[in-house]
Write a new protein. Structure first.
Ligand SMILES: Cc1cc2nc3c(=O)[nH]c(=O)nc-3n(C[C@H](O)[C@H](O)[C@H](O)COP(=O)(O)OP(=O)(O)OC[C@H]3O[C@@H](n4cnc5c(N)ncnc54)[C@H](O)[C@@H]3O)c2cc1C
Length: 588
């Protein structure tokens, strides 16, 4: 059951006596939701999930029809309609609304740093791209923690357990867009490709045939992501599939041994005995404080940004210690294009009538989930390497996990996706760029002893020279792609952003100036409570995810990843949840 108030949870009766017997707790994000589901499969375990935010799944269940009233429910639609993910954050009700400290390498700009403040966590507000990373990424992870349970081959069965490859909403044949043999077909979280063909699809695929820098890759989740392929998305029937809609679907929430308390903000974990941390302190919306003690374990899944502050406010670890944050710099590059009237999704955001028509199609019985609203903005992705002959490698080792692991990413969208509101007219194609092998390391820390104060987030962008060199390479790759022969009559020019314009021949200095003014992040922080080998005197958790030096407390979220994969990170969050569930079940 899902509860909105502590009193209702308490009134649910006998559960408390029972919970005291076997209680396992977590917070309710991407990995936490996976854990809540898998642990409550065992009816002998009683599981309570605490989530600081609310639940849009509960809302969807209450309002089972997709016929929404636009104004009133706008935020909820933004979490559900795939195209509207670009409106889900930043600075909304479902966002923690964090920002970074001023970034020296980015003209001292403060960058929005969204995180999901809702059941399902950031999987409920993200852009839904589903990328596992390379085999080499996870083999490096396993080697760094000296435990092969975290290697690629060990994790693939858990990805397959998590995934359910589903047909796109338009039911087209996907055999040339995704390799079904790579995926799970019976898992809980739906993975699919776009169900809305667009005018750039054939041009993207044609580019893979005319330029060897952009080879076609049928499935970037095979362990070898290099090349250009169709984006896989966590979407089901034209609606977002999140950790909340999948792992916490109503049939699972109905389990008598699973309870979820919303609007419960964990402030600290407290010792139950010396070095045994099984008591959670949390506040409800009115600011009342409660303590609950788990019989077996407390599991912290508050994500890379919020897990370290909870530990620090609990006196776990050195208060002054800064946790290391690996972060992926990125920014949108947008090109104006020659398009027919509805060839891009721009008119949807430029014209309220077009928006309403598209939303009506998506939300009406009979056409539910279809049309442009039911498809993610990202249609294709390219994963690229800087050639090993590049001069930077004479002085700096290759930061990628191996020769099949990318340094750079291009995210292709058939319309404007930007930091600014879309222009009121015109048609666009986005080729956002990212450095997915960053070597700069930032920090997360706290600035006061108030557990409700926001953490201090310092990504420390471009501290390493190689990240700058790679960003220039990413920009040049984006231009080469956008001006490749198949786009000859289509792409016109890069748009001006904050007074800066780039061209195919921009110098290093011009690219650097553009980056300083426009760069942000693709929101993939990891490593803030990193795993290290058993016995190592560094790191926060051991390979069983237990906080070192303590009992009763584990961490299960992306903060434990010792190094950022060259990928979007939700697939890693799901697999960490699945892997952890088996480790925890086995230990009890
Ligand atoms: C705008 C955006 C777009 C993204 N797009 C993509 C994408 O397209 N593809 C991709 O793979 N990844 C994407 N990501 C990243 C990805 O979604 C995250 O890396 C992943 O979901 C994180 O999972 P997690 O379990 O570590 O943390 P989260 O999912 O963030 O879970 C943490 C949970 O803990 C809760 N919580 C935190 N503090 C407390 C507290 N004190 N008390 C109680 N509860 C608390 C939070 O509310 C949240 O529910 C995106 C991220 C953002 C912000």
């Amino acid at each position: 059951a899902i509860f909105e108030n502590v009193a209702d949870l308490q009134q649910s009766g006998s559960s408390f006596d029972f919970i005291i017997l076997v209680l396992i707790r977590a917070t309710g994000g991407t990995s936490g939701a996976v854990l809540a589901n898998r642990l409550s499969e065992n009816s002998a375990f009683s599981v309570l999930l605490l989530e600081a935010g609310g639940s849009y799944v509960q809302y969807l269940t209450t309002h089972s029809s997709l016929t929404y009233t636009l104004q009133r429910d706008a935020d909820i639609i933004n979490l559900s309609a795939p195209l509207l993910c670009i409106l889900a954050t930043p600075f909304t009700q479902q966002d923690w609304n964090f920002t970074t400290v001023p970034q020296a390498a980015l003209n001292n700009r403060v960058i929005p740093y969204p995180r999901g403040f809702v059941l399902g966590g950031t999987s409920s507000v993200n852009f839904m791209a589903y990328t596992r990373g390379s085999k080499e990424d996870f083999d490096r992870f396993a080697n760094l923690v000296n435990d092969q349970r975290w290697s690629w081959n060990s994790l693939v069965p858990y990805w397959k357990k998590s995934e359910k490859l589903t047909p796109p909403v338009d039911n087209h044949n996907t055999s040339k867009q995704v390799d079904a043999s790579v995926h799970g077909l019976n898992g809980l979280n739906s993975i699919t490709v776009t169900g809305f063909p667009t005018e750039i699809d054939s041009k993207v695929i044609a580019t893979t045939q005319v330029d060897s820098q952009f080879p076609f890759n049928l499935d970037m989740n095979s362990g070898n992501p290099l090349g250009v392929g169709w984006a896989q998305m966590t979407v089901l029937n034209g609606q977002r599939s999140s950790a909340a809609t999948s792992y916490l679907a109503s049939s699972f929430v109905a389990r008598p041994n699973l309870k979820i308390l919303l609007h419960a903000r964990v402030t600290r974990v407290l010792p139950t005995a010396t070095n045994d941390f099984r008591t959670v302190q949390f506040q409800d919306r009115q600011g009342n404080t409660f303590n609950l003690t788990a019989n077996k374990e407390v599991i912290l899944s508050a994500g890379s940004v919020s897990t370290p502050p909870i530990l620090m406010h609990s006196g776990i670890g050195d208060f002054a210690t800064l946790t290391s944050l690996a972060i992926t710099p990125s920014f949108p590059l947008t090109f104006s294009v020659n398009s027919n009237s509805n060839g891009t999704f721009d008119p949807i955001f430029q014209n309220p009538t077009t928006f309403t028509q598209s939303l009506t199609q998506w939300s009406s019985a009979g056409t539910a989930g279809t049309g442009r609203m039911g498809a993610e903005p990202i249609s294709h992705m390219a994963w690229l390497r800087v050639p090993s002959t590049a001069s930077i490698f004479a002085s700096v080792p290759d930061p990628a996990a191996g020769s099949n692991t990318p340094h750079l990413e291009l995210l292709i969208t058939n319309g404007w996706v930007g930091l600014q509101a879309p222009p009121t007219s015109g048609h666009y194609m986005g080729v956002a760029v990212a450095v997915v092998s960053p070597t700069s390391r930032g920090t997360i820390t706290i600035s006061s002893n108030d557990p409700l104060a926001p953490p201090v987030i310092d990504p420390n962008f471009f501290h390493s020279e190689i990240d700058k060199v790679f960003m220039r390479a990413a920009v040049r790759a984006a231009f080469r792609f956008a001006f490749s022969q198949p786009f000859a009559d289509y792409v016109v020019a890069a748009t001006t952003l904050n007074g800066f314009t780039l061209t195919s021949t921009s110098s290093d200095e011009e690219i650097d100036a553009y980056v300083r003014q426009n760069c942000g992040t693709v929101f993939h922080p990891v490593g803030t409570a990193a795993m290290s080998p058993v016995g190592a005197d560094y790191g926060v958790v051991d390979p069983d995810l237990k906080v070192k030096g303590l009992t009763g407390l584990r961490i299960v979220d992306l903060s434990v990843m010792p190094i950022v994969p060259a990928a979007h990170t939700q697939a890693a969050a799901y697999v960490i949840g699945e892997r952890a569930a088996d480790i925890i079940k086995a230990s009890w």
